[in-house]
Design a protein around this ligand. Structure first.
Ligand code: PLP
Length: 235
């Protein structure tokens, strides 16, 4: 266990260095950026170690795994981010532990999250996931087409139990992430014109931190660079 702590401490220091470099290059302050440790496929013991090392945000993309880990890690004071594609029938479970849902991408999901948040007596922060692919939904990773985002944002803003906080995206494969994140920033600015409090831009993963920071990201979702390469996903 001692080894794992040292491994995670070294990786965290390296990620922090990369974030600071990106901030310096972009003329931004490190304090504008929230680092989310994406802990999917890694055990709760790693989440605990990261929390002890000062990480205060954890991200997960599958409900079952996230629910178990959030329960095991209760009491660590972590903010939990649900970042995966979300089926409406998982809304009740996700709302029970997630503080922020990054993957709101359709009206039916807004309805389900709102209903369950009200039932649970919770206020859940929501980000609209924007599909940046040339063919929206083409990569199967979810997300609303950019032109759908303003109306979806309006639905979240009006929904009981939900708070519209901003937008999220994953850089499409095969394109310069900087160009994709520039489009995300334009979508984010449009949302913020109508909803000034929706100032979150969740962009940037292990491979594209500088491009995300240069294009206004406020939240980085970093898995591999912190925890190591994940085993191939087997269903
Ligand atoms: C897994 C995942 C990440 C983290 O990706 P890395 O490349 O491992 O840093 C970020 N965002 C989402 C939505 C993910 O599913």
């Amino acid at each position: 266990m001692g080894d794992r702590r040292e491994e995670l401490a070294a990786a965290l220091a390296e990620v922090e260095r990369r974030i600071e470099d990106a901030c310096r290059a972009a003329g931004r302050s490190r304090s504008e950026i929230t680092l989310i440790a994406v802990t999917k496929t890694y055990p709760a013991s790693d989440v605990r170690l990261l929390a002890e090392l000062g990480v205060s945000h954890a991200g997960e993309n599958r409900d079952q795994e996230a629910a178990a880990k959030a329960a095991e890690c209760a009491g660590l004071g972590l903010t939990w981010h649900f970042i995966g594609q979300l089926q409406t029938n998982k809304a009740r479970s996700v709302v029970s532990y997630a503080d922020v849902v990054h993957s709101v991408d359709r009206p039916r999901l807004v309805d389900a999250l709102s209903r369950e948040a009200v039932r649970a007596g919770r206020e859940v922060d929501c980000l609209i996931q924007v599909a940046l692919d040339a063919v929206p939904g083409g990569a199967g990773r979810g997300g609303a087409a950019p032109h759908e985002v303003p109306s979806l944002a309006g639905l979240v803003a009006k929904a009981e139990g939900l708070r519209l906080r901003g937008v999220m995206a994953i850089a499409p494969l095969g394109e310069d992430p900087a160009a994709a994140f520039a489009r995300l920033r334009a979508v984010a600015e449009r949302v913020r014109e109508e909803h000034p409090a929706a100032d979150v831009i969740s962009a940037g993963m292990s491979g594209d931190i500088p491009q995300a920071v240069a294009n206004g990201a406020t939240h980085l979702r970093v898995g591999t660079a912190l925890l190591g390469r994940r085993k191939p996903f087997v269903r």
